[in-house]
Design a binder for this molecule. Structure first.
Ligand SMILES: Cc1cc2nc3c(=O)[nH]c(=O)nc-3n(C[C@H](O)[C@H](O)[C@H](O)COP(=O)(O)OP(=O)(O)OC[C@H]3O[C@@H](n4cnc5c(N)ncnc54)[C@H](O)[C@@H]3O)c2cc1C
Length: 402
């Protein structure tokens, strides 16, 4: 009994320590992030300070170099990070939720030990490469291929719109066997090291926001991957991709909760200090309506994000339980769909509260508005998530696409 309570106390203090480190990270990062944003350039301090505060592998087990954060703690951490901007949070999603996660969840011990401690120690930037120019909402339409060549695979194809894509040292990437007549025609997942001239990368600029985070594309031309870097067995790529997206969607939903929190804080502050028509704008009832709506977006998003985090934790704790996996899949989709739309609307309302100043990158609310829009697109668009949620109600035979 005593041991049990000591264990719980230790867990609670580990959780508190992670969140305290996240807070310190965010405070130190904020002025540096603002400067990079205004200068529209990549912010290397997102990663440098994350290493300083030991945040590059929050949910990884301690014996693999991480902090052992449970899903709820990690969601709270990402919500706090999301307040600093969707670009900052997107780096973490790429590194941890969709970069490290598939290796932790589907990798063997050798793969985990080779990549995860180094990624938590800041030696490896991670990414997840599923999307291609002609395969977005339907990754089954991808054209990247692999073929066996002795003790390695050779990969060919282009991956597009990848978070951390042109700075990653390691990408969990996907492709089909080149020999379509072979027995194994389903896609496979690989742990791809990006060094070498067979991996050609390019940063994507022309983004209306998220200037401080990296979005890239890359082409692989007979790019060699050792056979031991096949992830989760041949032909299991689609299952790994879909499983990883659940983790990624949760991270997006949590980040959007943070965006709403920050928009609320900023709008409240401005409403208490800006006067028009002889009184503080917070005393105008139509301004109060914006604040009340943002607050309700916050409350509802927080409830959905935490419920989804608990469902994901329950599913990961009981890996063979298909019912729990399905519940986590849907609850995460619901949280992502709701929180991303709520964040977009909250940012829009906060900009309205700020008036003309709000429509500017000089103010946090204006930056949130332009950054957060992408959250309704990546890791599953609004439309794909709605179809998923509806099919879960109607039954499999109502799936809008196969
Ligand atoms: C900044 C950024 C970062 C990203 N990071 C990553 C990453 O790290 N890794 C990665 O693999 N990908 C990443 N992506 C890609 C992202 O996941 C895709 O953009 C997304 O899945 C949508 O694919 P698409 O852009 O090809 O749009 P499309 O799939 O072409 O969709 C276009 C429109 O058609 C709709 N549509 C498509 N199919 C259907 C259907 N069956 N029913 C109804 N509507 C449909 C879509 O909802 C959308 O509105 C990123 C994208 C961005 C913009």
């Amino acid at each position: 009994m005593k041991a049990d309570s000591a264990h719980k106390t230790a867990e609670a203090s580990a959780r508190a320590a992670i969140l305290a480190d996240v807070e310190a990270y965010c405070e130190e990062l904020r002025p540096l992030e603002e400067l990079c944003y205004l200068e529209r350039r990549f912010n290397p301090d997102i990663q440098r300070l994350a290493l300083k505060h030991n945040l590059l592998g929050m949910p990884l087990p301690v014996d693999l170099g991480g902090r052992g954060a449970d899903y709820v703690t990690y969601a709270r951490a990402l919500a706090r990070i999301g307040r600093e901007g969707t670009g900052v949070r997107t780096f973490f999603s790429g590194q941890t939720s969709i970069g490290q996660y598939p290796i932790l969840r589907y990798g063997n011990r050798q793969q985990q030990e080779r990549y995860l401690p180094r990624s938590a120690a800041g030696e490896l930037v991670m990414a997840f490469g599923l999307t291609e120019p002609d395969a977005g909402s339907n990754p089954l339409e991808m054209t990247t291929t692999y073929r066996r060549d002795g003790d390695r695979y050779l990969l060919n194809g282009v991956k597009y719109l990848i978070s951390n894509g042109s700075i990653a040292d390691v990408v969990v990437g996907f492709g089909y066997p080149a020999d379509k007549s072979g027995p194994q025609r389903r896609m496979s997942a690989f742990i791809i090291e990006t060094a070498g001239d067979t991996f050609v990368r390019e940063e994507l600029h022309s983004k209306p926001g998220m200037y401080t985070a990296n979005t890239g594309m890359f082409e692989m031309v007979d790019h060699p991957v050792p056979v031991e870097n096949l992830l989760g067995g041949e032909g299991n790529g689609f299952r790994i991709a879909m499983g990883t997206l659940v983790s990624g969607r949760l991270s997006v939903a949590a980040g959007c909760l943070g965006v709403i929190e920050d928009c609320l804080a900023e709008a409240l502050n401005y409403s208490r200090t800006r006067s028009q028509h002889g009184k503080l704008i917070g005393k105008h009832q139509l301004v109060q309506e914006h604040l009340a709506e943002i607050e309700m977006a916050r409350v509802a998003s927080e409830a959905l994000v935490l419920k989804a985090a608990e469902a994901k934790a329950a599913s990961d704790a009981d890996r063979d339980n298909a019912e729990r996996a399905a519940a986590a899949d849907i609850q995460v989709a619901q949280a992502k769909f709701f929180a991303t739309n709520a964040a977009w609307q909250a940012a829009d309302r906060a900009v309205q509260v700020f008036g003309g100043r709000g429509w500017s990158e000089l103010y946090r609310v204006g930056r949130h508005l332009q950054d957060v829009r992408v959250c309704r697109i990546y890791e599953g668009t609004d439309e794909i998530l709605k179809l998923k949620i509806a099919a879960s109600l109607l039954g499999r035979e109502f799936n809008a696409f196969s």
